[in-house]
Design a protein around this ligand. Sequence first.
Ligand SMILES: *[C@@H]1O[C@H](CO)[C@@H](O)[C@H](O)[C@H]1NC(C)=O
Ligand SMILES: *[C@@H]1O[C@H](CO)[C@@H](O)[C@H](O)[C@H]1NC(C)=O
Ligand SMILES: *[C@@H]1O[C@H](CO)[C@@H](O)[C@H](O)[C@H]1NC(C)=O
Ligand SMILES: *[C@@H]1O[C@H](CO)[C@@H](O)[C@H](O)[C@H]1NC(C)=O
Ligand SMILES: *[C@@H]1O[C@H](CO)[C@@H](O)[C@H](O)[C@H]1NC(C)=O
Ligand SMILES: *[C@@H]1O[C@H](CO)[C@@H](O)[C@H](O)[C@H]1NC(C)=O
Ligand SMILES: *[C@@H]1O[C@H](CO)[C@@H](O)[C@H](O)[C@H]1NC(C)=O
Ligand SMILES: *[C@@H]1O[C@H](CO)[C@@H](O)[C@H](O)[C@H]1NC(C)=O
Ligand SMILES: *[C@@H]1O[C@H](CO)[C@@H](O)[C@H](O)[C@H]1NC(C)=O
Ligand SMILES: *[C@@H]1O[C@H](CO)[C@@H](O)[C@H](O)[C@H]1NC(C)=O
Ligand SMILES: *[C@@H]1O[C@H](CO)[C@@H](O)[C@H](O)[C@H]1NC(C)=O
Length: 419
Amino acid sequence: MDTSSMKPLLLNVLGFTLLFSQIDIAFSGAVRRTGKTCTVSASINGSDDAPAILEAFRLCGTNGLIQLHEPLYHIESVMSTTGLSNVEIDLMGTMLWGTNLTYWVSSGIPLGYLNATTAWALGGDQIVFTGHDVGTLDGNGQLWYNLADGVSNYPGRPINLLVTNATDSLFTGIRFVQSQYWTMAVKDSEDIVLQGIYVNSTSNNSVPARNTDGVDTFFSNKITFKNWTVVNGDDCIALKANSTNILIQDSVFHGALGVAIGSIGQYDGVFEMIQNVTAERILAIGSRYAGYIKTWTGVPQGFPPNGGGGGVGFATNITFKDFILQKVTDNVALITQCTSFEGATGDCDTSLFQLSNITWGPGIVGTIQTDTLAAMQCSGDAPCAGISLVGFNNVVTVGAREIKCSNIIDPVFDCTGSI
Ligand SMILES: *[C@@H]1O[C@H](CO)[C@@H](O)[C@H](O)[C@H]1NC(C)=O
Ligand SMILES: *[C@@H]1O[C@H](CO)[C@@H](O)[C@H](O)[C@H]1NC(C)=O
Ligand SMILES: *[C@@H]1O[C@H](CO)[C@@H](O)[C@H](O)[C@H]1NC(C)=O
Ligand SMILES: *[C@@H]1O[C@H](CO)[C@@H](O)[C@H](O)[C@H]1NC(C)=O
Ligand SMILES: *[C@@H]1O[C@H](CO)[C@@H](O)[C@H](O)[C@H]1NC(C)=O
Ligand SMILES: *[C@@H]1O[C@H](CO)[C@@H](O)[C@H](O)[C@H]1NC(C)=O
Ligand SMILES: *[C@@H]1O[C@H](CO)[C@@H](O)[C@H](O)[C@H]1NC(C)=O
Ligand SMILES: *[C@@H]1O[C@H](CO)[C@@H](O)[C@H](O)[C@H]1NC(C)=O
Ligand SMILES: *[C@@H]1O[C@H](CO)[C@@H](O)[C@H](O)[C@H]1NC(C)=O
Ligand SMILES: *[C@@H]1O[C@H](CO)[C@@H](O)[C@H](O)[C@H]1NC(C)=O
Ligand SMILES: *[C@@H]1O[C@H](CO)[C@@H](O)[C@H](O)[C@H]1NC(C)=O
């Protein structure tokens, strides 16, 4: 018997009945509850720990503390822990997602967008999730990279953690390694801070770790990403449909694509927008871009997640400033409104999705490995307005210093060619 459970009993024996009545201790499977603290022990034989974790959320998910302090928890089934209120989640060990890919493909919880699913949906009000820089979510992603074998958005690959319908919450000091698909998504949420987050999804063979975005946001307002380290094979941080008032600060990106606005405009006739985004004080090491913007064309081709187009709306008031670039492989700035079903080309002037008031700089320094500082292809049917490139003279290229543009209204820089 666990000795910590003896204490209240002993107190009772000694006649501290008042004290005993204040201590509410209970066991439920592998969960020990003391007052509003639930501590989850891991199974000794490596069987699924998700039921015990769900029980802990049920018992302590309101005004409580959930302690995941063992070195390893096996997660073999989906978890939905939503509707939490004023809860602290304290993770000291690793949560390792299971290898039964057949199960996960058929059992993920729907995101309700882009046909994506998640392995863990977490939501509620006033959640503080602390990982102390050691608590780790390990998606066992290599198996998924091998399964997908480079195929984009392989159906049923789950997002590791979905923060959904959450308000006024903090995620801090959490590590995410080898995520199955996107590491995280934030959806239908407001006033969320995610800081001190380490993401590393790296394939150990020649198959790419594709679609392992650090995080994607949807239908969310006032989200702050601070002090992220991202190593992965796709967007570091991507802001998608109806993301507003987003701040990204003090982060380091290794490889991958950089900060993405989009892709967006994928659903025919649907209105979506992105407004007020600042990404600042970022170190990008070997990333493809500093910041880039991507919309689908105005002519739908196929269906989401890998096809689509024809969406309307706008992205405005977006700033990428104070970036240090180390061997960024492609461009500081990129806009494309030409995204279409894989393999489809053309229709690049058809998007009605309006891009405006987008600024790269000031404070961008370092090196890129091409001669094209910026490649900006705006749609002829919705030319871009208010595009600024500030202080690019501090970026070293491999030769020429091209700024390629199409359909930019009154550019305040010299376009050296079209695209
Ligand atoms: C592992 O332990 C759990 C209880 O913790 C039990 O239900 C399960 O049957 C055990 N599995 C194996 C394979 O021994
Ligand atoms: C994997 O999951 C599938 C679908 O849930 C199930 O039928 C199968 O028994 C599982 N395989 C193992 C080895 O547990
Ligand atoms: C979102 O969470 C709030 C409480 O935090 C709840 O009242 C509401 O029903 C939830 N909405 C959905 C769609 O789950
Ligand atoms: C690659 O990762 C897989 C899955 O985690 C592992 O089984 C394998 O040993 C690793 N291979 C190398 C070469 O590290
Ligand atoms: C959506 O995902 C499911 C599996 O979660 C898959 O069966 C289906 O083919 C996917 N649909 C599209 C259009 O990709
Ligand atoms: C940034 O996050 C890392 C963990 O990824 C942590 O070790 C470090 O202390 C954090 N830095 C600050 C200034 O909070
Ligand atoms: C990312 O993970 C890989 C594989 O585990 C490791 O070799 C690499 O050093 C990590 N990168 C960073 C920047 O932590
Ligand atoms: C724009 O976002 C910033 C955070 O980057 C926030 O401080 C500011 O209040 C937002 N502006 C509006 C009008 O909401
Ligand atoms: C996005 O937000 C706008 C403005 O609030 C709203 O009109 C639109 O319906 C939202 N889009 C979706 C897909 O919900
Ligand atoms: C536009 O961006 C600036 C700088 O980030 C911010 O201060 C301002 O509140 C934003 N305005 C709107 C309307 O989003
Ligand atoms: C773009 O910026 C200009 C000048 O700052 C401002 O007048 C205009 O309202 C902004 N447009 C949008 C759509 O935010």
